[in-house]
Design a protein around this ligand. Sequence first.
Ligand SMILES: [Ca+2]
Ligand SMILES: [Ca+2]
Ligand SMILES: [Ca+2]
Length: 287
Amino acid sequence: MKKAFLLLLVLLAGTLGQAAVILHDTFSDGDRTDTNLPYESGFWASSPADVTTTPGNVRLDMATSSRRMHTYFAPAGSPISLGVGQKLIATVDIIPEVAFVASTSRNFRFGLFYNDTQYAQDSVGDSGISNGWQDATGYAVQFGLSDTSSVAYARAGKRTNLTGGYTLLGTDAAYTWGSNGGQAANLSLNTVYTLVMSLDYQSASEMLVSFAFLQGNTEIATASLLDNGLGGQPLYTNFDFLLFRLSSNAGTAEVVNFQSIKIEYIPEPATLALLGLGGLLTFRRSR
Ligand SMILES: [Ca+2]
Ligand SMILES: [Ca+2]
Ligand SMILES: [Ca+2]
């Protein structure tokens, strides 16, 4: 009896808050266009001629105009739907290459979104196809990359204007932004940096959006936003794609090399713990 009880405790601990990997693509096959969740998903380019893929690397060659890349982490029509207490976390490794281009613009942008239609293809416009992304919902982060100490502050936002005809990530006015966070400053070329965007559905009325810019385990910059119904829009709880929009090489880098994209879903520890304890009590009584 005691042994079985201990075994149950161990099993329970293993279940608590365990992340489910929804997508983890490291492009090890040198192909960015194949999809086989959870380890492969098409990583679509607005300008495919500017993207070079080799095993482990998706290099986006930037110039003076914007480029986008997006990937789906859930099948069409089946978005990840967060319940209260659950989290969705995007972790992306990038390497800035060739040169930083000084700027104080927040030109490195990405977000977690949901749209009623998926566009699993290259050459999709800034507003989707037939402006389908104009009403896409979600949360975003924007910041600048720099090898100097002078660079725009990171901030997190909620896409709150869904009817103004705005592009998905190109127009600040489509968002309600949080206050300034830190700076991704004094960076080095040919170094892996990690972007972490976390959506924490803390209560029925609060979604906490958090961003961290890391080198290894060292936090270089953070930003956050608490959505308690900002912009007169409900909390967004459905997500199926991750989209990057680099507005220019300025404030980003001449080449941004994507190494890894990981999306994790974290169930609610409290509920699991209660269910587990309930199960344990039932188990003990029945013995
Ligand atoms: Ca692949
Ligand atoms: Ca739409
Ligand atoms: Ca370039």
